[in-house]
Design a protein around this ligand. Structure first.
Ligand code: CP
Ligand code: NVA
Length: 301
């Protein structure tokens, strides 16, 4: 059988995604009950980070350790990747020594190129275009808090960035309606929106977007790699802050998510993460459980 990768949510079928989410809930229960589960003894994950990370690194590294395996942190500063060794050569070499690879980088084309030349599963741990691992955690969190997301309305407020694109994929794969509210010039990828036109609406008004929404989500206004646009973006996104007052305009049972790190006073109000409707810290913890379910899925196919 050919090696399975996880570069976007579309690499798994809707049914497989449901399986992973349900398994994540089960692995979390096992972890809470102190049940030892070490199916991947002596197995190694290579973690290639070309951008900063807290949650992604800690969750993958802890997850592999809990599975009885090992995770190896590789930064371009200390590897030949940073000195221009071709991705294809690096992929052949690294995948000949480890069992699974995780990459966080800039261009999505890099993870695609790596996967093409890798003999073991490759996981996209964030590119400029997509952040599918975060969506597994978000979908797990929604399932735990509110049950099935199928047929529900989700509001994405702010930048049409990598997280937004993964929400568009999720709208299709998990079968929900997505309202995106963003300022002009910061829309999600037009082709992706077009391809999912039956599931996604792009709006300007955050209040209109959150109407009837069971889940409201936002993210930073300037993503990694866009630091020099910070000031210009702060101006463009004024009016797109998520606050308890905006949540009051959503559905009665609405919850709030943010992949973190968050900038209080920018995309969220100072008090948003302390609001009882915020599940952002459960969401962060679920990175661990959801990615363990993903690793198990990929290593046992
Ligand atoms: N949400 C997320 O991916 O966080 P890190 O950048 O800390 O990994
Ligand atoms: N959109 C953000 C997500 C960080 C987890 C970024 O790419 O920096």
């Amino acid at each position: 059988m050919s090696t399975r990768h996880f570069l976007t949510l579309n690499d798994l079928s809707p049914q497989e995604l449901q399986e992973v989410v349900q398994r994540a809930i089960e692995l979390k229960r096992m972890q809470y009950e102190g049940e030892l589960y070490e199916p991947f003894k002596n197995q190694v994950m290579a973690m290639i980070f070309e951008k900063a990370s807290t949650r992604t690194r800690v969750s993958f590294e802890a997850g592999m350790a809990q599975f009885g395996g090992h995770a190896m942190f590789l930064s371009p500063r200390d590897t030949q990747l940073g000195r221009g060794e071709p991705i294809s050569d690096s992929a052949r070499v690294i995948s000949s020594m480890v069992d699974i690879v995780m990459i966080r980088t800039f261009s999505h084309a890099v993870v695609e190129e790596f996967a093409r030349h890798s003999s073991v599963p490759v996981i996209n741990a964030l590119t400029d275009e997509f952040h599918p691992c975060q969506l597994l955690a978000d979908m797990q969190t929604f399932a735990e808090q509110r049950g099935s997301i199928q047929g529900k309305t989700v509001a994405w407020i702010g930048d049409g960035n990598n997280m937004c694109s993964s929400y568009i994929n999720a709208a299709c794969q998990f079968d929900f309606q997505l309202n995106v509210a963003c300022p002009e010039g910061f829309e999600p990828d037009a082709e992706l929106v077009q391809a999912n036109a039956d599931r996604v609406k792009v709006l300007r008004d955050p209040v209109e977007a959150v109407k009837d929404a069971s889940l409201v989500v936002t993210d930073v206004w300037a993503s990694m790699g866009q630091e020099e646009e910070q000031q210009q973006r702060e101006q463009a996104f004024a009016g797109y802050q998520v606050s308890p007052a905006l949540m009051d305009r959503a559905a009665e049972e609405a919850i709030f998510m943010h992949c973190l790190p968050a900038h209080r006073g920018e995309e969220i109000s100072e008090d948003m993460l302390d609001d009882p409707r915020s599940v952002a810290f459960d969401e962060a913890e679920n990175r661990l459980h959801a990615q363990k379910a993903l690793i198990e899925f990929l290593l046992t196919r």
